[in-house]
Design a protein around this ligand. Sequence first.
Ligand SMILES: [Fe+2]
Length: 212
Amino acid sequence: MKDWFFDEAFSAACPRFHDRGWEVVSLPDDFHQSLVKGYHEAFFKRRSAVPEGPDKRAVVNTLGLPTLSLNDDPAFDGVRDNPWLLAEMERFAGCPLVPSRRYGPRVATRGAVLVPHRDKPQTHLLGASITVACDTDEPWLMVLENPDGRRDEVDLLPGQALLFEAVRMRHARPTPMKGKFYAGIFVHYLPADPGRLSPEFHELARRFEGAV
Ligand SMILES: [Fe+2]
C-alpha cells in the first residue's frame, strides 16, 4: 500500500502536463452511445457485474457501500485504445502517450463517495474519467486539488470525460451521491517517452515497487 510519504513525493516529482491540470471534453455521440449500449446490455442482463469493495476501498474508493464492476466485460475491451480518446489525451498532455489501464464501467450506488486520493504513479499519471450514464438527484461533484492551491469542483454529464493529471492532483467526490446510480469508465495513460519523467520520479517508482 502506498503511504503518505510516497503519495506526496510522487505528486511533487510529477511533471506538469497542463496549466490547470484538468479539462472536460464531450465524447463523439457514436462513441458515447456505444458505451451506453454496452453498459445496458452488460448490466441489465447481469452478464458480468460483480460487487467491489468496501473491502477493496483502495481500489474502489467507496466507503462501506457496494459498487458494481463491469471490468471484465468484453464490450469495453476497445475503450482503452480508443483513437479519439487517445488523441484528446495527447492534446491535453502535450506529448505522445501510451494507454495503460481501463477500469469499469463501475456503477456507484446511492450514498457512495470517492475518498480523496491520488492514483497509482506507475500506470495512472494521466486519467480520463468518463461518465457513461447516471440518474442523480443533484450533481455528484468531482473535487480536484492542484498542488498550487487551486481547488475546482467539476460536474460531469453523461457523455463527458474529465481529462486530468491523476497523480499530481488529489481528487475526490466527497459528498455522498444522491440518486439511483452513476456509471463511469476510467482510462489511464503514461508518456510514451519515459524521459518525460524526472530521474526523481523513476527513483521513487523503483523504491515504491520495493515497498509494496
Ligand atoms: Fe482516482
